[in-house]
Design a protein around this ligand. Structure first.
Ligand code: PLP
Length: 384
């Protein structure tokens, strides 16, 4: 099948894989080994990669902490900050449309005595700063708002949120797992205190990520992984040099190629949107203006979600339908936007990227046109 599920994970860029191989073979040293060449060369590679990650977001390399991915970064940021600052207050604010690795972590913090407010986005998937401001309490210590939503690709106003949080003395965490290489991030300007990254959504390997931890003004965290004191004591564990080198190369390429990639992908997205809009009763989910070009999420009215997914097996996509997840509920993100259960069930998330082509897009359009037609002919609700 044609791969159109880049937001689940991207293919690894071959240039990234090539960079990693020597660190699985000859340069296998432990970066923490201080007494010989093996250790030194591994450490040098780790620090070079840290520089590439920092450069993509205009941060200081000392602000980058390696983790196993965005799930761990979100856990470390939220639990670490909540625990460190708990004497200042116990209230946390986040969004209903965050990834589960944020939502379930905040739920866990509620279980151990913190309080949380879950902001409801508008119909377009975005929140406003006024909404956030209204939810802030004297005991609010932490705000977590993602940069790019994984289901609908909308871009939240983190510049304004950062200004508000800084003015109120509240720590601002932002999950940018879906944003790197897609949106320009400048942490010298944007007042984010903690930012989550992962490699495998940006053409890097799975199982490696990072957390940005601001140094000016200094943000403190309680460590969640204790041991050898790696990563300034914030995250113990032997560093996976090959994974880190892969993430560094992936982020270096992202910085270099982001602008041309956005042009390429925007053209594909517009082509797909135009083609699918020729089908009747199709609805785009999420704002089209404040959105990454890699994502088009649409609902097909009068089509049963599970049948649709079965019918389009020749393309690899994600669906808001319950049949694609462990739960019986349709997408909680689309539900939070006010979509009906039916429209949430019959939604398809098309995500594409660096290696997608016009032919891929045209194939998807033709497949959807013919399958949606057929399914509607069978549907008792469709009589047009
Ligand atoms: N946050 C967002 C917004 C995501 O899309 C994902 C990926 O599914 C994650 C966090 C989890 O990332 P990882 O697989 O690196 O743990």
């Amino acid at each position: 099948p044609i791969y159109m599920d880049y937001s689940a994970t991207t293919p690894i860029d071959p240039r990234v894989a090539d960079k990693m191989i020597p660190f699985l073979r000859e340069q296998f040293g432990n970066p923490a080994s201080r007494s010989h060449m093996y250790g030194w060369s591994a450490e040098a590679a780790v620090e070079e990669a840290r520089g590439h990650v920092a450069a993509l977001v205009n941060a200081d390399p000392r602000e980058i902490i390696w983790t196993s991915g965005a799930t761990e970064s979100n856990n470390l940021a939220l639990k670490g900050a909540a625990q460190f600052y708990k004497s200042k207050g116990k209230h946390i604010i986040t969004l209903k449309t965050e990834h589960k690795s944020v939502l379930d972590t905040v739920r866990e913090l509620e279980r151990v005595g913190f309080e949380a407010t879950y902001l409801e986005p508008q119909d377009n998937g975005l929140i406003t700063v006024a909404q956030l401001e209204a939810a802030i309490r004297p005991d609010t210590i932490l705000v977590s708002v993602m940069l790019v939503n994984n289901e609908i690709g909308v871009i939240q106003p983190i510049d304004e949120i950062g200004e508000l949080c800084r003015a109120k003395g509240i720590i601002f965490h932002c999950d940018a797992a879906q944003a790197t290489g897609k949106v320009h991030i400048d942490l010298a300007k944007t007042k984010v205190d903690l930012m989550t990254f992962t490699a495998h959504k940006t053409y890097g390997p799975k199982g490696i990520g990072a957390l940005y931890v601001r140094r000016k003004p200094r943000v403190r965290l309680e460590a969640q992984m204790h041991g050898g004191g790696h990563e300034r004591g914030l995250r113990s564990g032997t560093l996976p040099t090959h994974q880190i080198v892969g993430m560094g190369e992936a982020f270096r390429l992202a910085k270099e190629e982001m602008d041309s990639e956005i042009v390429h992908v925007t053209a594909l997205r517009d082509r797909l949107a135009k083609g699918l809009m020729e089908i009747e009763e199709v609805y785009v989910n999420g704002d089209m203006e404040h959105r990454v070009p890699h994502n088009l999420n649409v609902s097909f009215n009068y089509v049963e979600g599970e049948s649709l997914i079965m019918a389009i097996k020749d393309i690899a996509v994600s669906s808001g339908s319950a049949c694609t997840s462990a739960s019986l509920e349709p997408s909680y993100v689309l539900r939070a936007l006010g979509r009906s259960d039916e429209l949430a069930h019959s939604s398809i998330r098309f995500t594409f990227g660096r290696f997608s082509t016009e032919q891929d897009i045209d194939f998807a359009i033709n497949l959807l046109k013919s399958k949606v037609d057929k399914l509607r002919e069978l549907s008792p609700l469709w009589d047009m």
